[in-house]
Design a protein around this ligand. Structure first.
Ligand code: AMP
Length: 285
């Protein structure tokens, strides 16, 4: 497994892979790799002859009061992790490599980038779309792999690829969880032991919502209340949102008439966690 820092070196490697007839796959990450990332890389390796993992903490997708400066950066461990999972190449550019000054062009995303995560993190999805457009252009993947853990991001990435006609297929991968239900996340490292003990409440709240729907609840407000009751029963948890949305466009629903997506974000101390779950009438979570 090779580490590459520049777009020029990357272009040589991907051109050689394509020349050998290999399908190029891309797994975009911000590093601090965990089992969730490893599962994306393993899926990519099963489907592509040459798998690029990008590691880039993208300043454009962090708000001014967010954790950009403190986001965990541990390239050495990440290289080992990516190699073990089967990656062929890690692309870890510096900020100036992806955003040579001056930056004149960014991508703006409309609906649904303005709701849920986007309402609380203005400009976040513009930052995500901008970095992905640049990464897709540099890597030229035939397939790119994204986790359902970031469900709103997945919806927006599909819009981006379809509307800008980026020639890549988007593959979504299921959320990897700890045994107690907590979704794996690089930000879990921020949790103090007492906070870590509380953190699975987000998944429990979503499961409570999905169970209510499975048992016949059709009123989305009642489902929201059921999720909130679980989350707010824990000390020190602040709910940002717990929503019932349509799985395609993420519009908030009043009634549950078919498959829906339950999406949640909450804060435990200074740590913000997000998660989501599919739910449908008659389907137990
Ligand atoms: P990040 O490094 O947090 O930007 O995540 C990079 C990619 O890994 C994104 O497509 C995420 O959705 C995905 N990912 C993060 N956590 C998980 C998880 N627990 N299970 C599956 N995919 C994940």
């Amino acid at each position: 497994m090779e580490l590459v820092r520049t777009a020029d070196e990357l272009a040589v490697r991907t051109a050689a892979a394509r020349g050998r007839g290999e399908v190029v796959g891309l797994v975009p990450t911000m590093g601090a790799l965990h089992d969730g990332h490893a599962s994306l890389i393993a899926t990519a390796c099963a489907q592509c002859g040459f798998v690029v993992v990008s590691i880039f903490v993208n300043p454009l997708q962090f708000g001014p009061n967010e954790d950009f400066a403190h986001y965990p950066r541990r390239l050495e461990a990440d290289l080992e992790r990516a190699g073990e999972a089967g990656a062929d190449l890690v692309f870890a550019p510096g900020v100036e490599e992806l955003y040579p000054e001056p930056v004149h062009v960014t991508v703006h995303v409309g609906e649904p980038a303005d709701i849920l995560e986007g309402a609380l993190r203005p400009g976040h999805f513009d930052g995500v779309a901008t970095v992905l457009t640049r990464l897709f252009n540099l890597v030229g993947p035939a397939r790119a792999y994204f986790g359902e853990k970031d469900y709103q991001q997945l919806v927006i990435v599909r819009d981006l690829v379809r509307e800008l006609r980026l020639p890549a297929e988007i593959v979504n991968c299921p959320t990897l969880r700890e045994a107690d239900g907590l979704a794996r996340s690089s930000r879990n490292a921020y949790l103090a032991p007492t906070e870590r003990a509380v953190a699975p409440v987000l998944h429990r709240a979503l499961v409570a919502g999905a169970s209510a729907i499975a048992q016949g609840e059709r009123d989305a407000a009642a489902v929201r209340r059921a999720m909130r009751a679980v989350a707010e029963a824990e000390q020190g948890v602040r709910v940002d949102y717990l929503e019932v949305a349509d799985p395609e466009r993420l519009r908030t629903l009043a009634r549950v008439d078919g498959p829906v997506r339950l999406l949640g974000a909450l804060r435990i101390g200074a740590v913000r966690l997000i998660d989501n779950l599919a739910a449908a009438p008659g389907v137990n979570p």
